[in-house]
Design a protein around this ligand. Structure first.
Ligand code: HEM
Length: 458
């Protein structure tokens, strides 16, 4: 039975594992527990049991789509209040999920990145211009701005005005960002609440949250309305694709309320995660200028980067993958057993959900070797890590509900990093360990770097 699974020491009757709960850094704490308790274990709070899978072999087992599916629980379920039946929060059975996925998949293919390349490059240029005039960089703030600008410009042809230039920028961006930030924090924190505390907190915060959700939805509705009024019926961005494309299976277009759900989903799902990834990468590059110099000298050309240049930048892609391995911005995902399963000798009944902790499984020394906890990007240049390699690497989730924005995020992060690396050397303003905080994503605590133009050094 599940009750036989190992659990943290110090369990109290009824309350459960409250003594060992870490509300601020729950998944990092679970990754530590995985080292002590083994590849599958349980945590219990007031009778709510979470089964955590942290071993690579068992995690790989849960990726088999015939036996396991995706579960809409935890922060995802909370986010339905914001993003309704957007791709991320729609139930798999909802016909709108399949319809939207079919309509949007071409817009997220590798070749579609050619279309977004210039918009992404314009953000990289604005960022570089900003760093050239203010060399002490608040990485957290600039990556939030850059990733939102990218999804705004590439996805919806909408400038957010976050990187200095205000011309033609959407109105109300700051207020939208504040509200979106609060809703994301609420969704992630509330899932770590002890049940009764959670209900009280929920009740007290409901008014504020509803107001924040309304601000977010109104902001997005204004973007959509201005597109509809402009009479521009091109589909060279995600918004155009959603408004203009018929579902190849049903011939239907997405209803407007669902387009609002999707735009919000992309703004929310697309920026925090990619910003977290960029911050981890910039931290390592600033902490190890030797690797940064090597990449800049052997792989990068100071001329503007082309689409092909980004796709071919092997070392940068390897660097990005190693960041995703050690610090997956989505530290885990939920899977549900479709039929009775056995996991590590324990019986998992049909319908039972488990939390696959990528943060732990991607560092499992049994498959990644004794230096699994070390940052070493050449793992990804030396060998092709595929689903069949046994090395659990799943920062994008699994199966039909895995990340649709994967190529988008890879192209964006590689392009931004390549541009910044080719133009600047960076160092940490204060040396120190990378400390990760957990809100909607696993993201570094804010830090600063100092950026010096490469040209002026020569
Ligand atoms: C789903 C990670 C960037 C849009 C997911 C999932 C993961 C993930 C793990 C699956 C969640 C689950 O199974 O519960 C990431 C990471 C990113 C990133 C690590 C960046 C480094 C993006 C971007 C976009 C995006 C840039 C859009 C522009 C989505 C959507 C889904 C999703 C719409 C839900 C797909 C579906 O259920 O059909 N992402 N993501 N993501 N992601 Fe991403």
């Amino acid at each position: 039975p599940l009750s036989a699974l190992p659990h943290p020491p110090g369990r109290i009757p009824i309350l459960g594992d409250v003594r060992s709960a870490d509300r601020r850094r729950p998944t990092q704490h679970e990754a530590e527990l995985a080292l002590r308790l083994g590849p599958v274990f349980q945590r219990e709070l007031l009778g709510n049991r979470l089964v955590v899978v942290g071993g690579a072999d068992l995690a790989n087992q849960t990726l088999d789509e015939r036996s396991w599916g995706r579960a809409l629980v935890g922060p995802l379920a909370q986010l339905r209040e914001l993003a309704g039946a957007g791709l991320f929060t729609a139930r798999s059975k909802d016909p709108l999920w399949g319809q939207a996925r079919r309509i949007l998949t071409p817009g997220f293919s590798q070749s579609a990145m050619r279309i977004y390349h210039d918009a992404m490059a314009s953000v990289a240029d604005d960022l570089a211009a900003k760093w050239a005039t203010s060399p002490v960089v608040d990485v957290h703030q600039d990556m939030t701005s850059a990733t939102l600008e990218v999804i705004g410009r590439a996805g919806f042809s909408c400038r957010m005005g976050l990187l200095g230039r205000q011309d033609g920028a959407a109105e109300g961006t700051e207020q939208f960002l504040d509200s979106l930030g609060r809703v994301l924090v609420w969704a992630s924190e509330s899932t770590n609440d002890v049940p009764i505390v959670g209900t009280v907190r929920e009740f007290l915060g409901a008014r504020r949250r509803n107001a924040d959700i309304a601000v977010c939805r109104n902001f997005v509705q204004r973007i959509i309305e201005s597109r509809l009024q402009s009479g521009d019926h091109g589909n060279t961005d995600l918004l155009g694709l959603m408004l203009e494309t018929e579902d190849p299976d049903t011939g239907d277009r997405l209803p407007l309320h669902n387009v609002t759900d999707q735009v919000l989903t992309f703004l929310a799902a697309g920026h925090e995660t990619t910003a977290a990834l960029m911050e981890v990468a910039l931290y390592h590059l600033a902490a190890e200028p030797i690797s940064a110099d090597r990449i800049a000298e052997t792989e990068l050309d100071p001329a503007p980067l082309t689409y092909e240049g980004v796709v071919k930048s092997r070392q940068i892609r390897a660097y990005v993958n190693e960041c995703l391995r050690l610090w997956p911005p989505a530290p885990g995902f939920f899977r549900v057993a479709r039929t009775d399963q056995e996991l590590g000798g324990y019986h998992i009944p049909s319908g039972r959900g488990v939390f696959v902790l990528a943060l732990a499984a991607q560092r499992d020394t049994a498959v990644w070797g004794p230096d699994a906890h070390r940052f070493r990007a050449d793992r990804f240049t030396a060998e092709r890590i595929t689903a069949g390699s046994g090395k659990f690497f799943s920062p994008w989730g699994a199966g039909p509900r895995s990340c649709i924005g994967r190529q988008f995020a890879m192209h964006e992060a590689s392009l931004l990093l390549a541009t910044l690396l080719s133009r600047f050397r960076f160092r940490l303003e204060k040396s120190g360990e990378l400390v990760m905080r957990e809100r909607a994503t696993l993201r570094p605590e804010p830090f600063r770097i100092v950026a010096t133009p490469r040209k002026s050094e020569r």
